[in-house]
Design a protein around this ligand. Structure first.
Ligand code: FES
Length: 177
């Protein structure tokens, strides 16, 4: 009749994170390294986003608890920075810089054309999950304006048609019918 620790449900993997999701173990590792310092919040959010691909509500709560910070504060900090994303990303990511130099050189047209081609609004992921379209303020490469970052590769001096062709090559590449 006594209840011991051994009686507790033991569904956790033998050598894994109690949640069963090993990605949290990677976040824990970082948290330990920075000694759970509250001023490491932004760095921790970066690590969590790198690990999970985006910051879900669960992950934000997890970070808040680990750093003993109010969830509202963690959410506030995360939403303040454009670098953080709160939705699962698509298979491919296209970020169009809409800073002044890029805007002047037609960035808006690129956003519109790519968005139309994949029926996705800026800041969202297409329904089929293949493409996430984002905009960013100056990416620091104004000499290349307008700048598009596709799956981590920087492309410059693109017009809308060239941008769509690039995106199509990445998203539909190999899928010619
Ligand atoms: S405005 Fe686009 S890179 Fe600077």
């Amino acid at each position: 009749m006594t209840s011991t620790v051994d009686d507790a449900p033991s569904q956790a993997p033998e050598d894994g994170h109690p949640s069963g999701d090993e990605r949290f173990a990677l976040v824990d590792k970082h948290l330990k390294r920075v000694r759970y310092e509250q001023d490491q919040l932004i760095e921790t959010l970066h690590v969590a986003q790198d690990v999970f691909g985006y910051l879900s509500e669960d992950v934000l709560m997890y970070v808040a608890r680990a750093l003993l910070l109010p969830p509202s504060m963690v959410y506030g900090v995360a939403t303040f920075y454009q670098l953080f994303t709160f939705e699962a990303p698509g298979d491919h990511a296209c970020t169009v810089c809409t800073g002044t130099a890029c805007f002047v050189k037609g960035a808006d047209g690129i956003v519109r054309t790519v968005g139309d081609a994949y029926a996705v609004a800026a800041g969202a992921t297409s329904d089929d999950g293949r493409l996430t379209l984002k905009t960013a303020r100056c990416l620091g490469s104004c000499g290349l304006a307008p700048v598009v970052v596709l799956d981590g590769t920087v492309h410059g001096h693109l017009d809308a048609a060239e941008a769509v062709a690039l995106v199509r090559a990445a998203v539909d590449g190999g899928g010619e019918s």
